[in-house]
Every structure is written in C-alpha cells, then in structure tokens.
Design a protein. Structure first.
Length: 328
C-alpha cells in the first residue's frame, strides 16, 4: 500500500538513497531539506517524478505536513567538518528540530524514525559496541555538538514515546559510504578517494591503526526500511558492518583500486577521535533479519566510479574544517 512519507534531509547522502528506494516502492515522498551540507544535484533525478515533493526548509524552524504515514528524520550535519562549522546550529537541529518533527508525528499519528549514530558511544571502552553500552563521550569537546545532540535526540524520542504514545524507531548508524557522498565532507572514505584520484597525498590522522567498520549505503537503507516497518520494535538498534578494519587498510584498498601513486602522509589525531568503532549487530539480525551483504571492495569500486565521474570544480569544501580541526 502506498504511503505518504516525509524524509527530512532527503537531499543528503543517505536521504537521497532512501528517497529513491521509497519512490521505487511506489510511495509518495515529501523531502524536507535546507541544503546546508547537501547538494541539489542528488535530488535532480526526482524532480518532476510522480510522487515526489520538495520543501526547502530548516527543521529547526516549525514545519507541518498533514496526512503523513511515516517520518524519517535524517536532517543533521553528520560529517565532522560540517557539524563543527556551526556547532550551536548542530545542537539545535538535534533538539529543536527533533521536537518539531516529533510534534508533527504526534499531530498526524505518523510513525517516526530517528537516524541516530554510533557517535552516541563516543570513544568506546568496549568493542564491539552493543546497544546496552552507555558510551564514553566528552560533553565539552569539539565533537560534543553532534555526539550529545544525538544522545539528546534519542532521549526526546523515548520521552515522547512514553508520554504521548508516539510510534518511534531509532537506528544507530555506523560508518557508511557510497555514491552521493559529498567529495569534501571530510569523511575518511571520501577524503581518500578524492585524494587518490587526484594523485595527492593521502592524509592519515594518527598512525592509521584506529579502526572503523564500513557499511555500503544500500545495505544501510535496507536496514532503515526494515526497522521502520517492523512491528513492536522501537530500537535503538545498531546498523553497520561488523567487519572491523584499520584506517591504514582502507587507504591501501583505495590506492590499489584507483591505481594511484599517492603517498601516505600522517597528521596528528584530532581530539576525541574514536580509536575503535565496530557494531555488534546481533539485535538487528535477530529482530530485523538484517545484515550487510556488500563487501568493502565491491562498495569501494562503485564509490570510486561515482567520484571519478564528478567535476570537482563544481564542489568546494563547504566548511573550514573539511579535513580536520587543528589539534589544541
């Protein structure tokens, strides 16, 4: 059955993939985005397509759409360079913006999904991270605007659920990559690919032995849809690839696949940058029947092909911190 679905941040990296999936399934999608960190290029294929609406709006300010069945709240700067550029606005998006979207869900009776993050675990003292782990977050560091903002958003979701009976779904997203990433978003995959294709030095912060888990975007979007449509399961639930890899390993994969002659150059690790990040996805597997299916190599090949087709002169670093903030 076709549904009316709001996707905030629908023009972003994840939002554009989710919008495409929902439109292909025959749903009516209302994309809400202010394009602060995203590009209108990602939604060009949807313009004029039946069932797609665009509302240019910042969810920090009140907005209302009636007759809504589901709301996916993906609106928030997610890359360090983006969310540290205007940290107060980042917190507002995760608090005031979330309150506005929960208000819409309350008025319309819609089920609402929150795109939370593995950053709620901070620099974890245990690995892999389970949903029961409460985290190790520095509340006054450069990353806190995002980490604590997302933690506050989860609090609001569960308080609205308990107080008003709103149907909520909360996913904690681990590192995700794929086409539609902003080439200057400062994330490690986009940095490495852009640098390798240009033959520039590849910047590694620290020794490169810190770990991440890299989930391809199509797998993540499948997890979103499964969670939203699951019965009697609010989450939070981890969505990510449980295969832990070092940053150095990722760099070597990118150099091999691009055939680049780039050299590895090391810089100091930014403050509060997590040393390990790996999800325990037992809960997602048991409750959603979900696990990643796209391997790192396959996903990198598709992402490299996308980046190779971009005209980088049309893309500029959107913030002063697109590589990393200086070490204090």
């Amino acid at each position: 059955m076709s549904k009316r679905i709001v996707v905030t941040g629908g023009g972003g990296f994840l939002g554009s993939h989710l919008t495409a999936r929902l439109l292909d399934e025959g749903h009516h999608v209302i994309c809400i985005d202010n394009f602060f960190t995203s590009s209108e290029r990602t939604i060009e294929p949807f313009l004029g397509r039946p069932g797609f609406e665009l509302i240019r709006h910042d969810i920090v300010e009140p907005v209302f759409v009636d007759e809504v069945d589901q709301i996916y709240n993906l609106a928030c700067p997610a890359a360090p360079g983006h969310y540290q550029y205007n940290p107060v606005r980042t917190v507002k998006t995760s608090v005031m913006g979330v309150i506005n979207m929960l208000g819409m869900a309350r008025k319309t009776g819609a089920r609402i999904f929150q795109a939370s993050t593995s950053e709620v675990y901070g620099d974890p003292e245990i690995s892999p991270q389970r949903e029961s782990y409460r985290g190790n977050v520095n509340p006054i560091g450069r990353r806190a605007c995002y980490d604590e903002g997302k933690r506050a958003a989860e609090t609001l979701f569960f308080d609205y659920h308990r107080e008003h009976g709103i149907e909520i779904r909360v996913a904690r997203i681990f590192n995700t990559f794929g086409p539609h990433m902003h080439p200057f978003d400062g994330r490690v995959v986009s940095n490495f690919i852009r640098q390798a294709l240009a033959g520039d030095d590849i910047t590694i912060f620290g020794e490169g032995d810190q770990t991440r888990s890299f989930c391809y975007v199509s797998d993540l979007i499948d997890g979103f849809v499964r969670l939203m449509n699951a019965d009697d399961f609010t989450g939070p639930v981890n969505l990510g690839n449980p295969q832990e890899r070092t940053i150095l390993d990722l760099a070597e994969h990118v150099i091999e696949l691009t055939g680049s002659s780039s050299r590895l150059v090391r810089k100091p690790l930014p403050p509060d940058d997590p040393v390990r990040r790996c999800p325990d996805i037992t809960l997602a597997t048991e409750r959603l029947g979900w696990k990643p299916t796209v391997g790192l190599r396959e996903g990198l090949e598709a992402t490299i092909a996308y980046f190779a087709g971009l005209d980088l002169s049309e893309w500029t670093p959107p913030t002063p911190y697109w590589e990393a903030p200086p070490v204090a």
